[in-house]
Design a protein around this ligand. Structure first.
Ligand SMILES: Cc1cc2nc3c(=O)[nH]c(=O)nc-3n(C[C@H](O)[C@H](O)[C@H](O)COP(=O)(O)OP(=O)(O)OC[C@H]3O[C@@H](n4cnc5c(N)ncnc54)[C@H](O)[C@@H]3O)c2cc1C
Length: 301
């Protein structure tokens, strides 16, 4: 959590790219902070069998992830389960805001997984004006008000339950297959919850969110009036995470040394674009860490 400590390298993400970066930074004796949204790589958790990673044939994604974490633990690397909501570049350092606190680091490796885009109509424009990516951070602003949550993974359900304790009405629009028993269980827990079905079509509002349009484009377009919309994807869209970060089609633009358009910030893995593969993520994580080490030496000289 928050302290006066200034880390050498903050790694955001603990998938194959982030853990590879962290291990290589630790080998180079750097003070490393690892922050991850959850204690499992979402992509690897979905991989039933991985056959194309050198030396690990016929292994499931979750088992492979366990092996990666065990490797990191050997180097005393702890994974802090915290979601990074915003990164502010400063003078030769970065301030990282999470749903639990605040950290400072002299360099950064972004390894946040599959590139996510702010692709709902009105989302980018109304970000910070009723659109939020973090229920824990912004939930208290909606005490007694009406909100909608668009959840892309079952992890969003926890945030829905939290918002039900605060808001008057919580409309939940899951974008994954939620079974009817689970939906009933959630609605039975709180009278504030109302389940919706369909795709998010537009977040509406002039200057501030006033509604969410959902359903099927051109066929069944419905709107609920809300004061806020929480968009809960597996990762925050990169272009909104760090100001000044250059992206192309949602992916972070990197040079061969994995440096980004922001000085001192490096990126690795799926968030830099295709191929979305483990071996590429691990390799890029290593290059990003070594480039961050080199960058730190320029600060010291
Ligand atoms: C069904 C499926 C099967 C696959 N099969 C294969 C295969 O056989 N072979 C292969 O090579 N690849 C396969 N892949 C792809 C592989 O899983 C990915 O390429 C790999 O996991 C990418 O690693 P990564 O570290 O870049 O991202 P991820 O593994 O996605 O890790 C991203 C990390 O970032 C964290 N994070 C995201 N946002 C934030 C935030 N705001 N704050 C803090 N932490 C954050 C997440 O919690 C996670 O720790 C498969 C993927 C899927 C979905």
């Amino acid at each position: 959590m928050s302290s006066d400590r200034v880390y050498d390298i903050a790694v955001v993400g603990a998938g194959p790219a982030g853990l590879s970066a962290a291990i290589n930074a630790a080998i180079r004796r750097k003070d490393v902070l690892v922050l991850a949204k959850s204690d499992m790589s979402y992509s690897l958790s979905k991989a039933p069998k991985v056959d194309n990673y050198l030396g690990m044939m016929d292994i499931s994604g979750p088992d492979m992830y366990k092996a990666f974490v065990a490797h990191a633990r050997k180097f005393d690397i702890n994974i802090n389960i915290e979601s990074v909501t915003n990164i502010l570049p400063g003078d030769a350092s970065f301030d990282l805001l999470t749903d639990k606190g605040y950290y400072r680091s002299r360099s950064l490796v972004l390894a946040i997984g599959v590139p996510q885009k702010a692709d709902i109509d009105g989302e980018a424009h109304l970000l910070g004006k009723g659109v939020s990516y973090c229920a824990t951070c912004d939930g208290p602003l909606y005490k007694g008000k009406d909100v909608a949550v668009i959840g892309y993974t079952p992890q969003a359900e926890e945030e829905v339950e939290y918002l039900c304790e605060i808001a008057r009405t919580v409309y939940y629009l899951p974008q994954y297959k939620i079974d009817s028993d689970r939906a009933e269980q959630l609605t039975a827990k709180s009278a504030a919850l109302s389940m919706l079905a369909g795709k998010p079509l537009a977040i509406e509002g002039e200057g501030h969110v006033s509604g969410l349009m959902y359903g099927r484009k051109g066929k069944e377009e419905l709107t609920v009036g809300v004061d806020g919309v929480f968009v809960l994807r597996p990762a925050v869209p990169v272009e909104t995470l760090l100001p000044g970060l250059e992206t192309e089609d949602g992916a972070i633009v990197v040079a061969r040394d994995m440096s980004t358009s922001v000085r001192g910030a490096f990126a690795a893995g799926d968030c830099t674009g295709a191929p979305l593969q483990i071996a590429k993520a691990v390799g890029e994580g290593q290059i990003a860490a070594l480039s961050a080490v080199k960058y730190l030496s320029t600060l010291e000289s």
